[in-house]
Design a binder for this molecule. Sequence first.
Ligand code: ZN
Length: 336
Amino acid sequence: MMTASLAQTHARISWPDRTLIIAVVLLSSIFPVELFSNTPPAPKGFDGQYSGKQGQVLVVKLKGIEKATEVNGTFLKRTIPFFREFRSGEPDGYIGLLGIDMQDEPGTYELAVEVKQGEQAKQLSFNVLVAKENFIVEHLKLPKEKVDLDEKGAARWKTEQEQVKQALEDNSRLKLWHSNFVEPVNGKRTGIFGSVRIMNGKPRNPHNGEDIGAPLGTDVAATNDGIVRITVDHIFSGKGVFIDHGLGFYSMYFHLSEILVKDGDLVTAGQIVGKVGATGRATGPHLHWGVKLNGARVNPYSLLDLPFKNGLIPADRLATPTPEATPDSQAIPVKE
Ligand SMILES: [Zn+2]
């Protein structure tokens, strides 16, 4: 029966139709693409633009995208995974959190986004204007042995760096955070994220987190839900906790006097993970709070300003770009 119906279908194609099919097949092999479309590819940045300062986090929202199998952006060779967002009464969209590293050179760069829907892939392109942040210059005086490492100390430091690097490679591909971010310690923030540090007269690496002053033993809370990827006792950071919040998002808590979690523990936003201390290279009790977002060192306080409430972004805080948008309207400023 099957063979008979196939034969009938075949027989129904008339001679002029068959000639046309053969002609199209022949032509398309001679002019593979141009025969059907001569539209040039869209210029870079065609889908809109964003802007922000060094150390800020930008919320990038893609609207009008049906359920995709995978959405990933690339910005300055860093991968930005997008996640789906649901809001009642609105079409579903995808959101990506783009971190601008504190040392990204000011300029305009492309955020290229690939939206995969099954076998098909669609490319989107945004311009991101990175503006300079005026980081302060800090002069610090510390005992010589706390600044300059001897041979043994240098070897230990190298091993510790490698240990952290390996632990953080193993990041969760699921988004583990669900609510708004919380401040780990209610203390006086020093506002020295990104500061250029001159120690005992010599320039050092810029300060890659924020220091919060608080009395010894003050509770330190996880900024959001996540998994404790590694706990350490290192030469510079002292007793420290690294929390993986998923999709390349990490928060770090250093110089603790006590660690109250173990590697692999699941933690929730606000859960106490340790106590304020002065372990490692610290002049007094404080929390060093750091955040890494897909490899970019961002100001941890930019998390608190993210417009997430129970995992949703209020519509008035969303920057959905249009090709005409002015760059400055897209920035989500860091709290001064
Ligand atoms: Zn610090």
